[in-house]
Every structure is written in structure tokens, then in C-alpha cells.
Design a protein around this ligand. Structure first.
Ligand code: NAP
Length: 315
């Protein structure tokens, strides 16, 4: 086990936390603290509400030997990247956004490594739930940080990805970013720098959310629909909202799986409507669980107690 991983019952009071702004709503502390306690790791998981002007100092504070690492959430998943020493290959491919930071001790000093366990989580959900047709198609609603994790997981499963966003340019840019990263990972970065060489078949998969006809066409051949906009998260009023007309779910094939990244409420209008149509559907709690478990394993150097974490989330 690498030296930066904590031993059970170690006297050192380690700390971990969530960096974001705001963070008070987060369910990570209850889940992560339950896991730490279950394995007897002497560490506290805290909420580190960080205004923008304090972000650099907050990230620098992670180099302290009493810190095991951190989670990162809105609005800093991209902003922390230049403050870290390196990204894991998966985070690098997944649009260069980070939701987990691991503090590593190496012979040459402390290194802060950024990971993206949102991609790990969504990939695991596709392993569990995805039923693939020959055309392997995923439709992602939204083009922000979580949507990019969904695009990453879908691409790890070899799917053709359609992105529908309220601004079609944002959808196209999310696809172009992923495509450039895949080219760079394949060692062709020099030839493909910039968006101008995005293949036409990729460009054609950017859709405006308001373009019902094109969205319906994309959904008709989809194996999986991810909802990754921020619509519907939060208050009861917002929770009644859906990013698309629920009638559009009729376009999905019978084997399609609908995954809504929104986890509060646990059953969103989109999930309810999909189930009413006989489709398999899930709210975002499994993603919260799996991204947290993957982060825990990185920090602690041992398997996360998944059942303990699941119970802590009331699942
Ligand atoms: P983000 O980076 O702020 O992106 C939000 C996306 O939603 C953008 O594409 C934005 O479009 C779009 N959007 C916002 N309001 C919209 C509206 N009224 N109609 C259509 N599109 C709208 O946020 P994020 O980090 O990607 O998070 C997105 C959602 O995923 C949040 O609800 C978050 O809680 C959830 N999430 C869940 C988990 C989990 O573990 N289950 C993990 C991560 C995130 P514009 O660019 O045009 O504003």
C-alpha cells in the first residue's frame, strides 16, 4: 500500500473535504464519513465552501500531510485543473474536468493528482444497465461538466454520442472537445488541434434542445438517454421541471435505459414518465454512490464499503 494511504486506527487525524461553492446541500459528507468510520480510518470528511478568490489557497492546502484528498464540485471542476500537478489519463480524456483530488507522496515531493470518478460511475452504470443495439447510440441532454462525464462514459462503451443542449454551439463544442481528446490520446494531437477538422458525422450529432424533430430522430435509435442538464435539481418547484417534452420519450426503443443525473428528488418527472412508458429508468443516486466509492478507494487505497455508503444515502 503506498505510504499516503491511511492505516485503520492510525492516530493521525486525517481530513478530507468537498471543495465547491455552495456546498451546504451536499450528501457526500454523510456517505464518506460512514465509509471512513466503517473501516476505522481516523479521518473527517468536511464541507469546504470556497469562494473563487480562495480557490488557489484551498487547493494548495491539500498538500498538507494531514489531508488525504478532496472532492470538487460546481463551479470548480475545470478551474482546479491548472492548480494540480497532473491528471489521471481518464480525467485527461474526460474533457479535462476533475471531481476528485488525491494527494500522493513521491520521492520528489507531494503531488496533487486530479481524477474523474463521475466517468467511472457512469461507466459502471452503463455496464450494469446498458443494453446495446448494433448501432450503439447514447443521447446526452446538456453540455456542462456532468454531460462531459456522460459523453466520456458512453465513448468508453464505444457508443456514437448525440449531445442536445439549449445552445447548439455548446453541444458541438462538447463533442469537439471529446473528439480532440481522443485524437490526442491516440497520439495525433498535432494534426487535429482546433475544432475545424471535427468529422462531419460527429458534428451532425450536435442537436439544439428546442429542435424537436432532430431530437426525436436521435432518440429513435438510442440505447441510453442521459439527462445531464441542471434542470429539475433542488426546490419542489424546480423539481417539477423537465428539460424536454416528456412526449419525446415515446420515440425511444423499448430496450432503452433512461438515466437522470439529478438525484434530488430521487424520482424526477423524466424518470417517472420513462417508467410509466415501461422503460428502465433511474435517478442520479447510483452515480453519487459510485463516484463516491471510486473516490474513497483512491484516497484510502482499499475497496470502499459500498453497502455502508448506500445505506448512508438512504438507498
Ligand atoms: P453545469 O456544468 O453547470 O452544466 C449545466 C448544463 O445544464 C449546461 O449544459 C446548461 O446549459 C444546462 N442548463 C441549465 N439550465 C438549463 C435549462 N433551463 N434548459 C436547458 N439546459 C439548461 O452543471 P453540471 O456539473 O454539468 O451538473 C448538471 C447536473 O448534473 C446537476 O443537476 C448536477 O447536480 C447533476 N450531477 C449529478 C451527479 C451525481 O452524482 N448524480 C454528479 C454530477 C452532477 P448552458 O450552458 O446553456 O447554461
Amino acid at each position: 500500500m503506498p505510504s499516503h494511504h491511511p492505516q485503520s486506527g492510525a492516530p493521525r487525524p486525517f481530513r478530507l473535504g468537498l471543495i465547491g461553492h455552495p456546498v451546504a446541500h451536499s450528501r457526500s459528507p454523510v456517505m464518506q464519513q460512514a465509509a471512513l468510520d466503517a473501516l476505522g480510518i481516523a479521518a473527517r470528511y468536511e464541507l469546504w465552501d470556497t469562494p473563487p478568490e480562495e480557490l488557489a489557497a484551498r487547493v494548495a492546502s491539500l498538500r498538507d500531510p494531514r489531508i488525504l484528498g478532496a472532492n470538487v464540485t460546481i463551479p470548480y471542476k475545470a478551474a482546479v485543473v491548472p492548480l494540480l500537478d497532473a491528471l489521471s489519463p481518464q480525467a485527461q480524456r474526460a474533457a479535462g474536468v476533475v471531481n476528485t483530488v488525491v494527494r500522493e507522496e513521491t520521492p520528489s515531493g507531494v503531488r496533487l493528482i486530479g481524477h474523474n470518478t463521475d466517468v467511472v460511475a457512469l461507466s459502471r452504470i452503463l455496464d450494469e444497465e446498458g443494453q446495446w443495439s448494433a448501432s450503439r447510440r447514447v443521447v446526452v441532454l446538456g453540455a456542462g461538466g456532468a454531460a462531459r462525464a456522460a459523453i466520456g462514459a458512453a465513448r468508453e462503451h464505444g457508443a456514437a454520442v448525440y449531445v442536445a443542449a439549449r445552445r447548439i454551439e455548446a453541444a458541438a463544442e462538447a463533442l469537439a472537445d471529446r473528439w480532440r481528446r481522443e485524437q490526442a490520446a491516440a497520439g495525433e494531437a498535432e494534426e487535429t488541434r482546433g475544432g475545424s477538422t471535427l468529422p462531419v458525422e460527429w458534428r451532425a450529432r450536435a442537436v439544439a434542445l428546442g429542435d424537436t424533430a432532430r431530437l426525436a430522430e436521435a432518440l429513435r435509435g438510442a440505447d441510453v438517454l442521459f439527462h445531464a442538464t441542471s434542470v429539475g435539481m433542488g426546490s419542489a418547484e424546480e423539481a417539477a421541471e423537465s428539460p424536454i417534452s416528456l412526449e419525446l420519450l415515446a420515440e425511444l426503443p423499448a430496450h432503452a435505459f433512461v438515466f437522470d443525473l439529478v438525484y434530488a428528488p430521487p424520482e424526477t418527472p423524466l424518470v417517472r414518465a420513462a417508467r410509466q412508458r415501461g422503460l428502465r429508468a433511474s435517478g442520479g443516486l447510483p452515480m453519487l454512490l459510485y463516484q463516491g466509492a471510486a473516490a474513497f478507494t483512491l484516497w484510502a487505497g482499499r475497496p470502499a464499503p459500498l453497502d455502508v455508503m448506500r445505506r448512508a444515502l438512504g438507498m
